[in-house]
Structures are given as structure tokens and as C-alpha cells.
Design a protein around this ligand. Structure first.
Ligand code: XUL
Length: 528
């Protein structure tokens, strides 16, 4: 019975709803996805988002689109041959920060779902806002200031909640809804994060928010894991009861709704484990541990660290750790990732990665003392845009050769990763290991620069979908946690990452001073 049990993980990301079913060894046996733009064209989204035509800072997504996507996904899993009666537990993840507004009476509807009907037709009138604000929204600058002022400024807010106020974070979003749509706010009985909303659909009642995703709201005290009353009051009235008490991310929150038992033949004992944000779920999927730095090289570059202490930083985020209640994780998002690398590839290497790599490998480590910073679009950290080039003497210059430009681009990005990781208290030592994922992690020449800049070996993770796999692993972890099974014991059957590059002997000698130089340049450029 134990041997053939399976675990279901879901990921409600910006563009898709994905599912992965894994067996007891955590091998993925089924994967399915619903793509919002193409599978649900009636909602007229661009990649799952509705971007306001007048003010592009307003970005939302239709809640019913997500519900309908779950109806379709369940049917696709059925057609694929998934035996739902074998699923021992379900967990899930979602794009972080977005919020869902349940209208008065919605919990009752969730409790009484009719197995003969689709979810979307039964939940059509359950939301006080048809469109949910999502993480791409940047329209709440005014409310961010209000939240920071309520506690005494950005550093104080970062000390309490792990981040200064960010427009996309949920607190300022809820405050804006309350200020601009008071009638909708008034008829809202509960507010979910997108992750806890998805969990609610499996649980058949409004599910609790978990600590990790809860720490992306600017409302939770990451030390006590309770809502901060001053912040709740600064945000909107009666918010504590609308949010409910947050719970550890691996909590076993109840048995699956009878809807799934009758409609899809789930076992009535199948458990629902709390759902969390996509970045915490990726940390689970990558099996990240202390000493590891995970670097996801995608459209934007994202960096994750396991933290034992919640360091206060005004740039970047500290979130509660999804697998260990006493630990934390650092999250850094850099907007200028692949698109910037591709721009330099196009201008210097004729659009060819092979030529780009040859140029990169033909220059020495340290690039003759040249340093380049490239921000095609407004960067989050550091808050800069444009190209900046410096020669060995520290003077602004132009680079005269293509190979210097190529190396400057990659070294600049790797120096950035290390410099901001160090702000979180991270120090390279002999146990440091880098885990690279995302599209550009297939490029060995880039990974070599990463190994040298960090003076640490770089490993690659084969699995691309770390968030959805992470939620399938969390389903098992949440189920067995009560039997004292730790996350590392549970994931020990998952293949270890593969070693891709080791640093050259002179790496520390070259890059330790360059990291300091990078920090000084950024300090100068961002001086107000
Ligand atoms: C993280 C963030 C995004 C979303 C969407 O803070 O805003 O990574 O989680 O994936």
C-alpha cells in the first residue's frame, strides 16, 4: 500500500497551472499543464495577466480563470490515467503576493460543492473582486509609504516583516482595495493568497495562509509568525479575521473535500497540506540546504539562500523557510537576467551562444581590470538603468573589444549575485556550493565564471520545474512530518545535482577584491 501511494503537487504560476504526480520515491510519474492564454482565451489575458491599457502599473488576473484551469487540469490528469485513489496527499504552490477576495457566503459554498458540477460554475459568485491583483502590479506606491510610516520607516518594516514595502506585496494591495473599492472590501468574508486560495479549492473551505507565503505580504512579523497589529490596522479594518491565523508551511490542514472523493475517486483519507509561494516551493524542489546558494538564471535572475537568522536588509527579502519553522530564506530578484545576456550576445557575438562562449573563454579571469554593469530595464536592486563601464583605473570608459564586453557582462552579473548574497551575511567558505537552474544554467562558460566569482563549485539541477516538484515533495513531507520525518530524509531519493564546474586556483585572489570594487561602484552610483 505504501509502495504504490502517490503525491500530487500543483503550481498556479503566472502563465500556467501545472500538476506533477510523484511516486513514493519522489519520481515524477505524471505531469500536466493548462496554459491560461491559449487554453482559456475567453479571459483575454496576456500570459495569464490583464495589464491595464491606461496605466500599465495595474496588473490583475481573473480568479475564475484559475478555477476553470483546475477543472480542465483535473480532466487532463484523468485522461492521462492518474489513479486518484492512490494519492496520499496534495500540496501546491502559486505565484507569490497576489490576493483573492472571497465574498460573504463563499465558505459555505466551498463546504457544499456538488460533485456533479464543475467548480467554476459553482464558484462563479463567490468572489467580491473578479480580478485579483498579482505580483506584476506596481500601482501601490502610496499605500507602501503608508505602511512604512505606520511602523517608523522602511528599515523598521524590513526588521518586522523581512522586507521594506514593495508595491507587489499583499499588504499595500489590500490597503488599495479597501481605499478604492470600499464596497467590495465590506462584502469580503475572507482574503486568501493565491496559494491558500488553491488550497481552499482542495480543502472545501477557506485554507490558512502559510508562514512562507505570508512573509511576502509586509504584514506578518517573521519572528513571531503572527500578524503585526499595527500593520493590519494601517492596512484595512477587520483584517485579522479576514486573513485567519497563519500556519507552518508543511501543515496537514485537513482531508480532501468530498467533491474530489465523489467526482474523481480520491481516497477520503487523502490529506491536504498547506500551499505556499513559488519561490519557497522552488527551495524545496531544489533540496536547498545550508551552505548552498541557488541561482536561477531566467528572464529575471533569482537568488535563494537558506538563512538560520533573519538578517535585516532593505534590498531583497527574508521569508520564513517552508521546511524548517526556525529557519529563513533570502530571496533576491534581479530583472536584468537573460534579456541582458541576449542583448550582449546579439551585439557582440552575432546572436550566437557559441561565439559568445568563445569570446568569454578567450579573456582572462578579471577581464584586465575592466568592470561592466548592464541594466536594460529599470533594475530592482540596485535601482539603476543603463550601461556602466569602468577601466582598470576606475575611470568611465568604452570597451574596445567584443571579448571584454562579453566577459564584463557575465562577470558583472556574477559579482552582483555574490555582493548581494553577502549583504545577507553569506560568506564563501570551503563548504559553499552553488546550485544553478533555469535556461542559462546549460551554458558551461557562464557557469565557469560563476564558480570563479564565488570561488565555489557549481552544480546543475536537471529538473526545470522546481516549484511544482517542490510542492509534490512537500505533500509527502507534510504527511510524514508528524512521524518525525525530516525534509532531508524524505527527499533523499531525489537525485543529487550534478557537478558542472570547479573554480580555478587563483579565483579568490582575483575576485575577492573585485567584489569589493563592485560594491563601491554601486554605492557611488546609487548615492542620493
Ligand atoms: C517574488 C515574485 C515573483 C512571483 C512570481 O517576490 O514576485 O517571483 O513569485 O513568480
Amino acid at each position: 500500500m505504501m509502495d504504490d501511494r502517490t503525491f500530487l503537487g500543483l503550481d498556479l504560476s503566472t502563465q500556467q497551472l501545472k500538476a506533477a504526480v510523484c511516486n513514493d520515491r519522489l519520481e515524477i510519474v505524471y505531469e500536466e499543464a493548462v496554459t491560461f492564454e491559449t487554453d482559456l482565451p475567453e479571459f483575454r489575458t496576456q500570459g495569464g495577466a490583464l495589464i491595464d491599457k491606461v496605466d500599465s502599473r495595474n496588473v490583475k488576473a481573473p480568479v475564475l480563470m484559475w478555477v476553470k484551469a483546475l477543472d480542465i487540469l483535473m480532466d487532463r490528469l484523468t485522461v492521462a490515467g492518474v489513479d486518484f485513489s492512490k494519492i496520499a496527499s496534495v500540496s501546491g504552490t502559486a505565484q507569490q503576493h497576489g490576493s483573492v477576495y472571497w465574498q460573504n457566503g463563499a465558505n459555505e459554498t466551498l463546504r457544499n460543492l456538488k460533485p456533479s458540477e464543475f467548480l467554476h460554475s459553482q464558484l462563479a459568485h463567490c468572489f467580491s473582486l473578479a480580478n485579483s491583483p498579482i505580483w506584476m502590479d506596481a500601482s501601490t506606491t502610496k499605500q507602501c509609504k503608508q505602511l512604512e510610516d505606520a511602523v517608523g520607516g522602511p528599515t523598521k518594516l524590513a526588521e518586522i516583516t523581512g522586507s521594506r514595502a514593495y508595491e507587489r506585496f499583499t499588504g499595500s494591495q489590500i490597503a488599495k482595495i479597501h481605499q478604492t473599492k470600499p464596497d467590495s472590501y465590506k462584502v469580503t468574508e475572507r482574503i486568501s493568497l493565491i496559494s491558500s486560495f488553491l488550497c481552499s479549492l482542495f480543502l472545501g473551505k477557506v485554507a490558512p495562509i502559510d508562514f512562507s507565503d505570508g512573509s511576502g505580504m509586509n504584514l506578518m512579523d517573521i519572528h513571531t509568525k503572527k500578524w503585526d497589529e499595527t500593520l493590519l490596522n494601517a492596512c484595512a479594518p477587520n483584517l485579522a479575521e479576514k486573513l485567519g491565523e497563519p500556519v507552518p508551511s508543511y501543515s496537514n490542514v485537513g482531508s480532501i473535500s468530498n467533491y474530489y472523493v465523489e467526482r474523481y475517486n480520491f481516497n477520503p483519507n487523502c490529506r491536504v497540506i498547506a500551499h505556499t509561494g513559488d519561490n519557497p516551493a522552488s527551495l524545496i524542489g531544489m533540496k536547498l540546504n545550508e551552505g548552498w546558494v541557488a541561482v536561477s538564471l531566467g528572464t529575471s535572475d533569482t537568488l535563494f539562500l537558506w538563512l538560520t537568522e533573519p538578517k535585516v536588509v532593505v534590498d531583497g527579502h527574508v521569508l520564513c523557510n517552508p521546511v524548517d519553522e526556525n529557519s529563513y530564506m533570502a530571496l533576491l530578484c534581479f530583472k536584468n537576467g537573460s534579456l541582458t545576456r541576449e542583448r550582449i550576445r546579439n551585439t557582440c557575438a552575432d546572436g550566437s551562444w557559441d561565439i559568445f562562449n568563445q569570446l568569454l573563454e578567450s579573456t582572462p579571469r578579471g577581464n584586465f581590470g575592466n568592470l561592466g554593469l548592464y541594466y536594460d530595464i529599470q533594475e530592482i536592486i540596485p535601482f539603476l538603468q543603463g550601461d556602466y563601464r569602468y577601466n582598470k583605473a576606475g575611470n568611465v570608459c568604452k570597451f574596445t573589444s567584443l571579448e571584454v564586453e562579453v566577459r564584463a557582462c557575465i562577470e558583472g552579473q556574477c559579482l552582483r549575485n555574490r555582493a548581494y548574497a553577502e549583504d545577507f551575511g553569506f560568506q564563501v567558505d570551503k563548504n559553499t556550493k552553488i546550485l544553478a537552474t533555469g535556461g542559462a544554467s546549460q551554458n558551461k562558460a557562464i557557469l565557469q565564471v560563476m564558480a570563479d566569482v564565488f570561488n565555489a563549485p557549481v552544480y546543475v539541477q536537471e529538473a526545470a520545474n522546481s516549484a511544482v516538484f517542490g510542492s509534490a515533495y512537500q505533500a509527502k513531507h507534510g504527511l510524514l512530518y508528524e512521524n518525525s520525518k525530516t525534509y532531508s530524509e524524505i527527499t533523499k531519493t531525489v537525485p543529487e545535482p550534478i557537478l558542472a564546474c570547479v573554480p580555478y586556483k587563483d579565483a579568490a585572489e582575483i575576485y575577492d577584491p573585485m567584489v569589493e570594487r563592485y560594491k563601491n561602484v554601486i554605492r557611488e552610483l546609487t548615492k542620493k
